[in-house]
Design a protein around this ligand. Structure first.
Ligand code: KG4
Ligand code: ZN
Length: 415
């Protein structure tokens, strides 16, 4: 273990190549990055980036179906790794075959993923070990069966290629996504980030406000008590027949509603949609979104028919309600904690109305606080953010573990 740590520390002094793996939910992603610099000057070149979204497959269940997600990750990790290595020009035919000992190790590590085992063995017999320095993998939070596939895959590659495997917190990946920007295609550089940082993390599985005193030093100051905001968007999208995941479809309809100001001229009281803004006066930084979703359901039941106009009114009011709650809670947290930087991360950070509303709020209450929003290519789940977060975490703190034996998935991992 200490030997591996020493090797890793020597490596992070200079530019290093990182293979990053993400399987926490319904996106399977593999990236290859070259990273260099200290935390403040960290820069990343994207050598290869391959992602497969299973969203279409899960749409008939109206949410992510864990067994299906696990199966799909097992099927797709090796093709995505092959693709990413090919993009990086790092896919070369094998000169040596796997030893019996290596095959046995792989069998032990992948005993629960027979499909992945077959594919990994075939891949490792066909291609040479690439010149990478470390494998970074999402350890949690997320769907535990899905996380395990990525973790076991990372452990298998780490063992055969003899490189360390570094566990990454998915939420830290979403935070890092907001503080890097692309000066040009395939490049990301770290922006100057002054602490304390207040992070609003909004995704399909999480809604939380996190206070960071330094990289790796996080305190969750508020979180949802029930549904995540992305989950609420997806459920409302389902009620409005807008498909899955429906966050962006609801947002599009709401933007149209705001543009045409339909909501201000509902034809009668029956059609007008008024939704609650839960927890606004709760005196803490927690959220609750299931009440808004249920209120949408009752409103729809009351309607004679769900016309296109009624859908637009609902989407507009729904987005106003959730964004108002998110922005007002963030405002209170800004007033109390006086952060120097506010960052927003997670799939819902793609939402333009949320971006605009947060920008306006900060200009009003804390104009000297910097607002960092992720590049639109990094809002949803991806492996680039896992590679970047792995690098930053390794530079900030003693890495948690590099011994693949100790690397475990943790669906409920906290920041
Ligand atoms: O971070 P993410 O890709 O996956 C999780 O870790 O959950 O977030 C996905 C969530 C979904 O619920 C999706 O509907 C939502 O982000 N989303 C949006 C928008 N784009 C994606 N929600 C609101 N407005 C959007 N433009
Ligand atoms: Zn996510």
């Amino acid at each position: 273990m200490w030997e591996l740590l020493a090797v890793f520390y020597i490596n992070i002094r200079s530019a290093m190549k990182i293979l990053a793996i993400e399987t926490s939910c319904d996106e399977t992603a593999v990236s290859l990055l070259e990273a260099g610099g200290d935390i403040e000057s960290a820069h990343f070149s994207v050598l290869g980036n391959a992602l497969y979204s299973q969203a279409q497959l899960h749409s008939k269940y109206g949410g992510v179906y864990p067994t299906l997600a696990k199966r799909e990750h097992s099927h797709n990790l090796v093709p995505l790794l092959t693709d990413a290595l090919k993009q990086a020009g790092m896919l070369t035919p094998a000169t040596n075959t796997l030893t019996d000992k290596q095959t046995k190790t792989l069998h032990t590590l992948l005993v629960r993923e027979p499909t992945l085992f077959d594919r990994v063995v075939e891949f490792l017999r066909t291609f040479e070990a690439p010149a990478i320095d470390v494998v970074a993998v999402t350890r949690g939070p997320g769907l535990e069966p899905a996380l395990w596939v990525g973790v076991n895959f990372a452990r298998a590659l780490s063992a055969v290629w003899n490189v360390p495997a570094v566990p990454v917190n998915h939420m830290e990946g979403h935070i890092i996504s907001a503080v890097v920007h692309p000066p040009k295609e395939h490049e990301f550089v770290m922006e100057q980030t002054n602490f304390p940082v207040l992070a609003l993390l909004v995704s399909g599985g999480h809604t939380e406000l996190v206070l960071a005193k330094a990289w790796g030093d996080y305190t969750v100051v508020g979180q949802t008590r029930d549904d995540a905001v992305g989950e609420a968007y997806d459920k409302v999208a389902r009620m409005l027949d807008l498909g899955y995941p429906g966050g962006s479809a609801v947002a599009k309809l709401a933007a149209e509603g705001r543009r045409t100001a339909f909501h201000k001229v509902a034809s009668d009281e029956h059609e007008a949609c008024t939704l609650p803004r839960p927890m606004l006066s709760s005196g803490d930084f927690n959220f609750s979104f299931s009440g808004i979703k249920t209120a949408v359901l009752y409103h729809i039941k009351k309607l004679d028919s769900l016309t296109e106009r009624a859908k637009m009114l609902i989407a507009t009011e729904f987005e106003s309600a959730v964004v108002e709650v998110l922005v007002k809670k963030t405002k209170k947290a800004v007033e109390l904690h006086q952060p120097k930087t506010v960052v927003v991360g997670g799939g819902v950070s793609a939402n333009s109305f949320l971006r605009e509303s947060l920008t306006n709020m900060l200009q009003d209450v804390a104009p000297s606080t910097a607002l960092r929003l992720p590049d639109k290519t990094l809002t949803g789940d991806n492996a680039l953010m896992i590679g970047m977060a792995g690098y930053i975490a390794s530079r900030a703190t003693v890495p948690e573990t590099h011994d693949s034996e100790e690397l475990h998935a943790d669906g409920a991992l906290r920041l």
